[in-house]
Ligand binder design. Sequence first.
Ligand code: FAD
Length: 416
Amino acid sequence: MKIIIAGAGIGGLTAAMCLSRAGFDVDVYEAVGELKPLGVGINIQAGAVRILCGLGLEPALAATGIETRELRYANRHGQTIWADPRGRHAGLPWPQFSIHRGELQMILFEAARRMLGSEHLRFGRRLSTFEQKGGKVVARFAGRDGNIAETAEADILIGADGIHSAVRAHFYPNEGPPKWQGILMWRGVTVGWPFLDGATMVQAGHHTQKFVCYPISRTHAERGEALINWICDLHMGDSAMLPREDWNRPGKLGDFLPRFEDWNFGWLDVPGVIRAAHTILEFPMVDRDPLPCWSHGRITLLGDAAHPMYPIGSNGASQAILDGEAITQELSAGGDPEAALQRYEQRRLPPTARIVESNRRRGIDVMLDIVEQRAPQGFSDLESVLPTVELERIVADYKKLVSQDRETLLKLARAQ
Ligand SMILES: Cc1cc2nc3c(=O)[nH]c(=O)nc-3n(C[C@H](O)[C@H](O)[C@H](O)COP(=O)(O)OP(=O)(O)OC[C@H]3O[C@@H](n4cnc5c(N)ncnc54)[C@H](O)[C@@H]3O)c2cc1C
């Protein structure tokens, strides 16, 4: 069975490898002429790392990124609200990784090239139009000049073409731009010194003003430094206009640093980290409404094309990776490919829609908002502000929702 994947992002490349390993004939078509290690940091949850480990990628991930040891939530004064061991440090069979998104994409690309062969990874080919006829999909791809450069026929087309998916737009032409609730994010990378244990991801602040950071480079760690990925979220007001979304748009320090000037926690000098950045990018925090369906005959969606979500709880890339495994399993089960795509959708659409909706309501970050609301000046006794039982329920509910609870993960480990 021949499968075309549009998009060589984290989701498209992972799906390509899972499908190729299962014996499918896969071609990936990517719009950009050449992959460059773009973006800043990203976290891959243990349940998704499981799939990458299965593709033999753990050594490359471990040599490049940082095995995340702990996730720590703090208020804007730096007081710890909750700390949770991650991956193997939580007794799971797989690590969680904090890694540069571009480096992760290059690891996936090199592995996909080895597995599929270079001729099956076609760059400078933007999916333009497609149609289904006679049990086949015919897809046309534009070259860099915008003219149709190639036409291909396959049994299945997977749209893994990101938040501005052409495949999604074909089926939902009136959807319009992504949804924005007024939060702008400035993402940066700073060479600095390790903080805490050198492998912790920190989420501090609250809904309208938040700082996230984590180290992402093994090379820097081995030199005694830390390559710190950080994100500043600021709510720009309900009447603010959605700025142009461009993953590579540079950000300006003056637009957000003043709001974080007094965020020195002792164990982390937030303005110091921000000021020393060598890269700053600006991006609005956007998502899209969950769709009624992803699969239309022999065509379906995957990753951000299917379920773009707010970057809360480190789910964007992880859920895209889980999609790749699920579509492979359903197509491998045999039978009618259209029925397999329906099963894939039934398996993945409801849980990812729940995450999109939960993240709009702040997801696991709701603990930050509760503490800010009840104790804006900080606390001397967390228990009196956010009782353990309430906190544990927030955490457990979210982990269950994103399938990162211990029980689900250990069940997956036993099934392998
Ligand atoms: C350049 C870039 C930088 C990013 N930086 C970050 C970051 O720093 N932190 C973060 O958390 N997330 C970042 N993301 C988003 C993150 O990668 C995704 O949220 C997540 O990994 C899900 O991956 P995906 O493969 O579904 O989508 P993406 O990673 O968005 O990949 C989609 C791919 O499809 C390609 N494409 C688009 N349209 C077409 C078309 N018509 N035909 C063929 N190919 C097409 C794109 O060029 C891209 O390579 C970035 C995405 C991009 C594209």
